[in-house]
Design a protein around this ligand. Structure first.
Ligand SMILES: Cc1ncc(COP(=O)(O)O)c(C=O)c1O
Length: 371
């Protein structure tokens, strides 16, 4: 299978560590082990944690902990992976055959789309509408779905816009998928990192053919644990296990231990309180800065996550604009083209305030050069 470079990941790797001011990240400022374990628990792990293989289907305690994050989920529906990226790859590999059709929300994290396309599937995009605050364009969804559609892929809360589907829009997606018997794959890795107090509803329980992809990298602020999961009907959990035997086999013993702690209801509450504090803190500063750039920039305020998808009105591609920023002002954000949308930048505002302020000044300098 030949596949094109995963532009988002490779672009991040190339420039993130090269600049003085990095506003490119998608996650929330990561947590330290000390924020999850007490010294006594750390001591206990030091003395007793045995670095053996854990059960290849995922340990029962971790699957139970994941299931408790959803209404009415049985642990047998859960399969543990190394990051949600691996969960997406498993679905692309195990579920989609050459010639199958996949309806894919744009903008989005493009991993699954690239993998299935390179394997001979047909990807039909449907859209969130920038003119209506990134609301679902239902007609484009209907146009993208037909009896050959096996999977309807959504990302909610959305990367890169940070917007959240309304309950009505979720129901519309269910209705369209159900009309052809397609699975819905909902990437919910940003659920829990909301600006407001209402947790994003999950698609879980809305339809019998729902597959949830999620993990601890984003709203939990634990990307270094590399813990993700697939949750779905029993046959999807079984299929995931089957294909995963050819991949990384298990999550690591230490990740299994720490992830189980992080998902305990009380700890989950504490983590989300910390992370929501971070995502709320800087949005006002960021919004003021966008408004200060005149009518060059506009954006829909994100409802979740610590990034915004900002539209620019300048005669330059998003890639060239970002390369100019990197070269001349040592600041880095993600070009919209990495998400399939031009004339946009994904900008992270979840860094410490002095860093954010200086980073924004530098982005502003680049914008001025193209005015
Ligand atoms: C929407 C979305 N899904 C999945 C991933 C993969 O994350 P991880 O493998 O760290 O869980 C990302 C990473 O940026 C993402 O933005």
């Amino acid at each position: 299978m030949k596949i094109e470079e995963f532009k988002l990941e490779r672009t991040l790797a190339r420039f993130q560590n090269e600049v003085d001011y990095d506003l490119s990240a998608s996650g929330i400022y990561p947590m330290y082990i000390r924020e999850i374990l007490t010294p006594e628990e750390m001591d206990d792990a030091y003395n007793n944690l045995h670095l053996k293989y854990v059960h290849t289907a995922g340990t029962s305690h971790l699957r139970e902990a994941v299931a408790s994050f959803y209404e009415g989920m049985d642990p047998s529906s859960v399969f543990m992976t190394n990051g949600s990226a691996e969960a997406l790859f498993l679905m692309a590999w195990g579920l989609i055959e050459p010639g199958d059709e996949v309806a894919f929300m744009i903008p989005n994290f493009m991993l699954l789309s690239h993998v299935v396309e390179s394997n001979g599937a047909i990807v039909r995009p449907f859209h969130l509408d920038p003119e209506r605050g990134w609301a679902l364009d239902v007609q484009s969804l209907k146009n993208a779905v037909n009896p050959k559609t096996k999977l309807v892929c959504v990302c909610n809360p959305n990367n890169p816009t940070g917007t959240v589907l309304s309950k009505e829009q979720m129901q519309q997606i269910v209705d369209v998928a159900a009309s052809v018997g397609a699975y819905i794959l909902s990437d919910e890795v940003y659920r829990g990192a909301e600006q407001g107090n209402v947790e994003t509803p999950s698609f879980w329980g809305m339809y019998e053919k729902v597959i949830i992809i999620s993990g601890l990298s984003k709203s939990f602020g634990l990307p270094g644990l590399r813990v993700g999961w697939v949750a779905g009907p029993r046959d999807i959990a079984e299929m995931s296990w089957f294909y995963h035997d050819f991949l990384s086999t298990t999550v690591t013993t230490f990740s299994d231990f720490l992830a189980t702690k992080a998902l305990e209801p009380e700890m989950r509450k504490k983590i989300f309180a910390r992370n929501r504090g971070i995502v709320r803190q800087n949005l006002a500063t960021f919004t003021d800065w966008v408004n200060s750039q005149g009518d060059i920039l506009s954006f829909t305020p994100p409802q979740a996550g610590c990034f915004a998808f900002v539209k620019f009105d300048l005669p330059v591609t998003s890639w060239d604009l970002v390369m100019d920023m990197v070269r001349n002002n040592s600041v880095f954000v993600i070009p919209g083209s990495c998400f399939g949308i031009e004339s946009h930048l994904r900008m992270n505002f979840g860094v410490d305030k002095p860093r954010l302020e200086e980073g924004l000044i530098r982005v502003g300098r680049t914008l001025s050069r193209f005015r």
